[in-house]
Structure formats: C-alpha cells, structure tokens
Design a protein around this ligand. Structure first.
Ligand code: MSP
Length: 472
C-alpha cells in the first residue's frame, strides 16, 4: 500500500471563503479519492494562513481581538470545506502553538542560509510584498491589483539565500524529479528561477506584529512565506516527528498567483532542510465572472456558499471540475452554472439513471453482484496521473453520453413491448454494467451521486423517487 500525501494552499483568513478557494479543495479531493480507488493510503491536508498585517487590520476595523477574528473565519472555512464534500485528514492553523514552535525550529535549521540585509525599494501594502524596479516600471508605479501607488521603503530584514539552491532546483525541475504542471507554467518558473533574487523572510516588528517571532531577535517577525509554506510539514509533526513515511507530497495544489513561491522558495527551503522535493506542483488558474476578475468594487463577487446551497455539493463539484478549466482562467456565471446543471447533470446523468432503473425494475432485470467494476482504464489513469482532471472528467462524461445514445438506439422499451424478453434482459444488463463501470470512474468527482447510483442498481433495483438532479 502506497502512502500518498496531498496538500492544498492555506487561504488567508481575512474574510469569508472566496469562490476561488474552492478549486484547490475540489482538485485535491478528487485526487485523494482517486488514490483511494488505487488502494493507496491517503493524507489530505488543509488549513488556514492566519498571520499578517492585513488580517490584523481587518480585525481592528471589525473591533474584535485578532485571535477571535481569525477563529471566526476559520470556522467559516471549515464549514465551507465540509459543505463541498471534501474530506481532509489533517487541518493546520498557522496560529496554532505547535505550528508556531515548529516553524521556529525550521527557521533555526535554515539559519546557515539566512542573513540580515537592508531593503531599499518599492513596496505594495495591498499585496504585502516588495516590487522590483522592472515591475514598478511596467505598471507605471501603480499596483494593478490595488490601484494604489507603490511606496518607497527602506528597512532591515532577514533574507533567505535562494541562490544557494538555484542549480539544484533547476535540475529537479528539468529532470522531472519535481514536476510543475501545466507545462507552460514549468517554462515560466524556469525563466523566473534564473533571475530570482534572495527573498526577504522577516519584517521589523513595528511593521508586522501579528506573526511568528524570529528566534533570538525580538526586533523581527517572520513574514509570510517561511511561516505559511512550513504548514505542509508542521501538520505532519515535523521536525518533532519522523515524516519520511509521508514525505514528499505526491501533489501540491496551488493557484497560479502563488506558484512561484511553491516552485522556488519552497523547494529551496526543503533543500536547506535536506528533505526531498514534492513530486508534483499543480497550478490552477483563476475564476472570473463574465471574463472579469471578481471584486467588491465591480459588484460581481459570487458567494460560494450560495452556489453550494443552490444544487448541493456534487453540482458544485461538477461545474468546478469540468467547466472551470483545470489549469487556465475560467468563468463562473449563474447562467452557465444553471445550464450545466440542467442540460448536463440533470439530462445526461439524472435522466439516464432514471430511465435505466425504471426499465430494469419494471421488467424485473437485475445485475446483482456479478459486476466487477473495480477497473480503471489506462486512459483514465494516465489523465489522472498527469492531473488533467477536466479532461478525465470529460472522458467519463463521454461514456455516459455513449450510454444515452445506446439506449436511444437499442430502444429497450420496444423490446419490452414486443415481448422480446431475452433480448431485453441482455440489453438492459449490458447497459447497467457499463453504467456502473462509468459510475466507478465518476466516484472521485461526484462522490455522493456515485454512491446513490450504486444503491439504485443494487438488488433490488430501486428507481429514485425524486430525480437525482431535480429541476425547478
Ligand atoms: N495564504 C496564501 C497561500 C499560502 S500557501 C502556503 C494565499 N492565500 S489566498 O487566500 O490568497 O489564496 C488561497 C488559494 O486560493 C490560492 O491557491 C489562490 O490561488 C486561490 N485563489 C484565490 N482567489 C482565486 C480566484 N479568484 N480564482 C481561483 N483561485 C484563486 O495565497
């Protein structure tokens, strides 16, 4: 039995869950369920990134103590993940005492690669990061995400010497030891890696008070990346516990905006700690609304909980795994969502199950337990192993559409009418077996639905009293 460790990015808890947060969870959960089908033992991490000035300011503005503020938002995230039908095995909070202590130990272990330096340059308070001169020039001194001028900044920070590991990381990416998916992102990272400067990993305490203390220097507090990235290790108990059974992660799911941290700083940290690099880093795109970025000022923000409440978790997962491109930016609009639900889930899948179960029950045709469905076609496995989740879902859907075509062609209702019992039996049994085979492949994507379908075609066959995907 293989041990498979999968991770999701830990969101900042400066508000409620955003619809974009759902992608990491959905993708990682499908893979977790796929590996379970393969017979592997799986750990799936989730968590929350709870430090930083922005969170501190949000709590102040809300007039609540910051710990209380983050506790409230963490609950929202946990509820959201549960509603999505995502079953994580481990949850990490960066304000947890174990995490904080372990991060300090990780810092100490990386000490040889950390030095004190002076930063002079541009900074965006909205992004909470330094801006290179090149970026400053390209954006004419104004942050495109926050529409605010960059500020001039001069301060002392600790730096992490990325240059100590560049060659190692480059080789690992090139020889496939650490895959970066999709391919165009891999190329992007190889380019970025070349010019990647050392990264600042702390801030003066006056600038950032809500964070993990830098060991042995009370004037400095850790800035996001060492704290946040370490979560993938601390949640397993590192460095107190031996994590070699689970390490390295088989796949880490992140958004395109944070890929550079995961594909450059993170492997540098791991190399510094003498740990193997993740096998795959899978980067997804952004969710847009009618082609535009969702933002409060544009008034096009979609509440993911509202979407979940509309048709339940499997409809949500269906849209986010099949209509949201696995690697590129894609649109969510209510219209597209409703169309996918009505025309695809309800028609292609819901009606198929209903029709077939009704015909089988009426004509007393059973398949009992003689169906061996525990088969994964090579094409399916290959797509999954390359994290082509959308394409894999399309492949499964193709099988369902094919079944619909077959029913229309073979017209079992006519066979029943004409009393051709033997032919009818054969026809329905074959359709049901193939449906259950497709259903097995569907199960990582739509777990609740797949479970229901399995129940419907058990003995005795029980056509659903209400449609699987009811329309309004
Ligand atoms: N806290 C950091 C991650 C640290 S991981 C060690 C962070 N948090 S975040 O809340 O901004 O983002 C969390 C995840 O959600 C990231 O993978 C990010 O790419 C994703 N998304 C946030 N908004 C998104 C969209 N609009 N669309 C798709 N995903 C986006 O970054």
């Amino acid at each position: 039995m293989n041990k498979v460790y999968l991770t999701t990015a830990i969101p900042y808890v400066n508000g409620k869950p955003h619809i974009g947060h759902a992608i990491d969870y959905c993708q990682a959960d499908v893979c977790a369920r796929y590996y379970i089908l393969l017979g592997d033992e799986v750990r799936l991490q989730a968590g929350t990134d709870e430090h930083g000035t922005k969170i501190y300011q949000k709590a102040e503005a809300a007039g609540v103590p910051v710990q209380q503020y983050v506790d409230g938002n963490v609950k929202e995230f946990k509820d959201f993940i549960a509603k999505l039908g995502v079953s994580y095995t481990d949850f990490v909070r960066t304000t947890g005492p174990d995490h904080e202590r372990r991060v300090q130990e990780i810092w100490q272990k990386l000490r040889d690669h950390i030095y004190m330096g002076k930063y002079e340059g541009w900074y965006c308070a909205g992004c909470e990061r330094y801006i290179t001169q090149k970026e400053y020039d390209e954006n004419n001194g104004i942050c495109p995400d926050h529409q605010k001028p960059y500020e001039k900044l001069e301060e002392e920070n600790y730096y992490f010497r990325i240059s100590d590991f560049k060659e190692q990381i480059k080789a690992a990416i090139e020889n496939g030891e650490m895959r970066i998916l999709p391919e165009f992102r891999r190329k992007e990272i190889l380019r970025l890696l070349q010019d990647s400067p050392d990264v600042s990993v702390s801030r003066p305490r006056e600038q950032l008070s809500w964070g993990v203390d830098v060991p042995d220097d009370p004037s400095q507090v850790m800035y996001v990346w060492i704290d946040a990235l370490s979560n993938y290790l601390t949640v397993l108990g590192y460095p107190d516990e031996d994590v070699s059974e689970w390490w390295p992660p088989v796949a880490q799911f992140v958004g395109k905006d944070i890929l550079r941290f995961h594909a450059i700083i993170w492997p540098a940290m791991l190399s510094g700690l003498g740990l193997p690099l993740p096998r795959n880093i899978v980067a997804h795109g952004f969710i847009l609304s009618d082609g535009q970025k969702m933002s409060k000022s544009l008034g096009n923000v979609v509440d993911p909980v509202e979407v979940l409440d509309r048709h339940g978790p499997d409809a949500f997962r269906y849209y986010f795994l099949r209509h949201i491109d696995t690697f590129n930016d894609s649109d969510f609009t209510w219209e597209k969502y409703e169309n996918a639900y009505n025309n695809e889930l309800a028609n292609d899948l819901g009606n198929l199950v209903q029709r077939l179960a009704t015909l089988a029950a009426k004509n007393d045709v059973k398949i009992g337990n003689d169906t061996n469905v525990a088969k994964l076609p090579d094409e399916y496995a290959e797509l999954m192993n390359n994290y082509e989740l959308g394409k894999c879902f399309d492949y499964v859907w193709g099988k369902l559409q094919e079944l619909n075509r077959r029913i229309d062609e073979e017209k079992p209702w006519s066979l029943a009418k004409n009393g051709e019992k033997e032919k009818l039996d054969k026809c329905l049994k074959s359709l049901m077996r193939d449906l259950l085979e497709a259903n097995y492949l569907l199960s990582p994507f739509l777990p609740d639905t797949a479970e229901k379908i399995k129940g419907i075609f058990a003995d005795p066959i029980a056509p659903p009293e209400t449609p699987l995907f009811p329309k309004d």
